[in-house]
Design a protein around this ligand. Structure first.
Ligand code: G4P
Length: 531
């Protein structure tokens, strides 16, 4: 196959959701339909067990969770699909956000009974910022759910995106009957499976005109369905692929991942509507995925927690060209030529050596310490670069210091190294004589990782004092420097400088943030910093 054909058949996306909406279940069902697993239940089991796959992550083993997001690849109907995992729960971290920088589309999974939840909002904002096309799957329709129009309204009001209903649910009070597929103009009947949908399910379809439909879904549901469809056709959004691709309109599907209902229909529709790998902006203009020259950027570094194995895994998203094993590439930041010897690709439970990869694919490269987040790797000329990955706002803060003050030098070098790698954000307190450090993280688990890594790699034990801040905002300096000393702030608001000496304000609450904006009319705050 040519590079053009390989690129065209690729789809790289992330599933975003609030914990418990059913992301693991959905991922597993997609793998089931893609033939990557033969029986659902295995990914789930992996989630619960201490697993053998990521043995480089000691902390992962101890806790039985996945600390950093990984990627899974499978084939379906001639498409090559890369699903980027964005973990929820306590393992939510900056990696979760950064992973979205490596995706070309996002699938937003919503629990039909709960609607839009906080973590979904956070992840959605990042997708929005990147202009990613977003596909919405309203899950758990086999149970009682909120009225579909309510959910659509909430998505529009809370997230600010209009939706196009692809299929419409019948029976939302725990008596789910199926959906009406608006594209195929057919009713798809729900059949309750016995085994949590461990095996693929066959789909039973019928038409709206079918005389036996009333018997199948009940006469009142049939009448209601007809009205609903007419209403949707009249007042609903019209379908516009350009708007979908621009992230302005989200195709909306209803289904039940656990019973497999609607999963395959969703997958087929998604593959048809979602874009193949997109061109990526560099300092030399747009790089087309079909360009022959190899280029990639690092979006995640997974450190080895085992002191016996200092190596890490750098995850790269390929942007153009073809990757072949033992390829020599140049790390643009240092100019160093590196041979990529043993890259890994991840497939359901195991990882395997990569024999070839194209734009849209993610490879994990063993890294003795060469790479940093946002590094550009290519064979192109000296100055070529894809630029930085945005810095996302931390939500948990701790003042950190070495237990043994004689180890201060190793401590400072350790935290700077880890901050550069993207594992944590560090700030210096502003206007304080001695240098005290505040560490900011998106997920609290990053603090545990910090502690283990400083101990293992720098032989430094740390003390941490959690601080009661929840919001970090960068002070916008684009229209001239702001004098931090003259800002009128609440007594508890903390002024700090980030790794690049950029001013940041740490607020205890939204109220304190609003206060700052009100008392300082010229102050502009940024929640995400585009470097
Ligand atoms: P997550 O990765 O987003 O956190 O969610 P996960 O897939 O683990 O699903 C969370 C819970 O929701 C699980 O129940 C799962 O079985 C259930 N679930 C997922 N999809 C559906 C669905 O379509 N319908 C219904 N009714 N439930 C669904 P659990 O009790 O936590 O686990 P388990 O006992 O089922 O394994």
């Amino acid at each position: 196959m040519s590079i053009i054909e390989e690129v065209k058949r690729r789809r790289t996306f992330a599933i975003i959701s609030h914990p418990d909406a059913g992301k693991t279940t959905m991922t597993e069902k997609l793998l089931l339909y893609g033939g990557a697993i033969h029986q659902a239940g295995s990914v789930k089991a992996r989630k619960a067990q201490t697993h053998a796959t990521s043995d480089w992550m000691e902390i992962e083993k101890q806790r039985g969770i996945s600390v950093t997001s990984s990627v899974m690849q499978f084939n379906y109907n001639g498409f090559c699909i890369n699903i980027l995992d964005t973990p929820g729960h306590q393992d939510f971290s900056e990696d979760t956000y950064r992973t979205l920088c490596a995706a070309d589309a996002a699938v937003m999974l919503i629990d039909g009974a709960k609607g839009v939840e906080p973590q979904t909002i956070k992840l959605f904002k990042v997708c929005r910022m990147r202009g990613l096309p977003i596909f919405t799957f309203i899950n758990k329709m086999d149970r009682a759910s909120r009225p579909p129009l309510d959910l659509i309204d909430e998505i529009e009001k809370v997230l600010g995106i209009k939706s196009y209903v692809m299929n419409w649910p019948i029976g939302i009070h725990g008596d789910f009957k199926g959906v009406y597929n608006r594209q195929a103009k057919q009713v798809e009947l729900y059949q309750k499976g016995q085994d949590h949908g461990a095996k693929k399910a066959a789909l039973t379809v019928t038409s709206l005109e079918d005389e036996a439909l009333a018997e199948k879904i009940g006469p009142s549901y049939q009448a209601e369905l007809q009205q609903d469809i007419e209403l949707l056709d009249e007042v609903g959004e019209s379908f516009d692929l350009e708007k979908v691709r621009a992230g302005l309109l989200t195709p909306l599907y209803f289904g039940s991942a656990i019973t497999n209902f609607g999963v395959e229909t969703f997958l087929r529709s998604f593959l048809e509507l979602a874009p193949s790998p997109l061109p990526k902006m560099s300092n030399e203009g747009l790089v087309q995925p079909t360009d022959a020259d190899f280029s990639a950027f690092v979006f995640k570094i997974q450190a080895n927690m085992n002191p016996g194995h200092r190596d890490r895994l750098a995850f790269m998203r390929i942007c153009s060209g073809q990757f072949t094993p033992n390829m020599e590439v140049k790390l643009q930041r240092t100019g160093k030529i590196l041979r990529i010897v043993q890259p890994q690709q991840f497939m359901a439970q195991e990882h395997k050596a990569v024999s070839e990869a194209y734009a849209g694919d993610i490879i994990g490269v063993f890294d003795p310490g060469n790479y940093r987040i946002a590094d550009t790797v290519t064979l192109k000329n000296e100055s070529f670069s894809f630029g930085d990955i945005p810095v996302f706002p931390a939500e948990h803060f701790a003042r950190i210091s070495p237990v043994d003050s004689l180890k201060r030098k190793a401590f400072v070098s350790g935290i700077h190294q880890l901050a550069q790698e993207g594992a944590i954000q560090i700030y210096k307190e502003y206007g304080i004589g001695t240098e005290t450090y505040v560490c900011g993280v998106v997920g609290v688990l990053q603090l545990d990782v910090l502690e283990v890594r400083l101990q293992n790699e720098y032989n430094v034990a740390i003390r941490r004092q959690m601080l009661n801040y929840h919001i970090a905002s960068w002070v916008d300096q684009s229209e001239g420097e702001v004098d931090l000393d003259t800002l009128n702030l609440t007594s508890t608001t903390m002024k700090v400088l980030d790794q690049d000496e950029q001013p940041v304000l740490l607020f205890e609450s939204k109220w304190a943030q609003d206060w700052a904006l009100e008392k300082n009319p010229k102050l502009k705050l940024l929640s995400i910093r585009e470097k």
